[in-house]
Design a protein around this ligand. Structure first.
Ligand SMILES: N[C@@H](CCC(=O)N[C@@H](CS)C(=O)NCC(=O)O)C(=O)O
Length: 231
């Protein structure tokens, strides 16, 4: 069984979960929810950069979410049909990686108002470019004539924005249509309604991550250094 090791959250493992889902590969979330479990995982030597997530698949130990999504894209034929399609997949994926950071960081912001405002700013910057790409390509997809990993990770990033700002896609009809296309894929649909999909991140996730990584909490928490071990 394919195993994805990560904290009890979507975080940097979520694009890989969506790519497993679109490939319809059954997988297990292996919870790394204590500093001891993280230390034990690091001691196995399976984390070349000491970072989670770790994806155990096809006798490989994969690190780095960008490598995981590309491995799964090649494995399932989600990297376009031509070199030009593949190039567009990578171009869009690069922009999605920047765009998704604001969604990932939303839960770490001191107030919901700040989280929403930051996402509105990032959406205003990137969404017209994604919409423009969809218009130029003219197939309903970001690259080539069918679904690619670029579409999947773009909609994954949008899913976070939509949880904070439900009407955010109204000004971008092509992005809205792509969102619906990806969400109606049978593998994605099954994943999103399964127990494998974690809920919208909240303070519990923020605390969990800081505790497992023994890192400071955001400064608006009352005791930001409570999990930092003195060196
Ligand atoms: N570029 C990496 C980043 C992974 C990452 O930052 N992982 C965090 C947990 S969310 C981690 O393991 N941090 C521990 C460390 O950097 O030592 C990826 O996308 O996989």
């Amino acid at each position: 069984m394919t195993k994805l090791h990560y904290t009890r959250s979507r975080g940097r493992a979520e694009t890989t979960r969506w790519m497993l889902a679109v490939n319809q590969i059954p997988f297990e979330n292996i919870l790394i929810d204590t500093p001891e479990k993280l230390a034990a995982l690091r001691a196995t030597g399976k984390l070349p950069f000491d970072q989670m997530p770790l994806l155990e698949i096809d006798d490989h130990n994969l690190s780095q979410s960008s490598a995981m999504i590309r491995y799964l894209a090649r494995r399932g034929g989600f990297y376009g049909d031509t070199d030009t399609d593949a190039l567009w997949c990578d171009l869009v994926a690069g922009a999605v990686s920047d765009f998704s950071e604001t969604g990932l960081k939303a839960v770490f912001q001191p107030t919901d108002e700040i989280a929403i405002s930051e996402q509105q700013t990032a959406f205003a910057k990137f969404a017209p470019c994604f919409e423009g790409r969809l218009m130029e390509n003219g197939t309903g997809f970001c690259a080539g004539t069918r679904l690619s990993f670029a579409d999947v990770i773009l909609v994954e990033a949008l899913s976070s924005y939509l949880e904070w700002i439900p009407d955010i896609l109204e000004p971008t009809p092509l992005l809205k249509a792509l969102n619906e296309t990806v969400l109606s894929h049978p593998g994605i649909k099954a994943y999103l309604t399964s127990d494998l999909r974690y809920p919208k991140p909240d303070n519990t996730c923020v605390i969990d991550i800081a505790r497992v990584l023994q890192r400071p909490l955001p400064s608006h928490f009352s005791d930001p250094n409570q999990f930092v071990t003195p060196s």
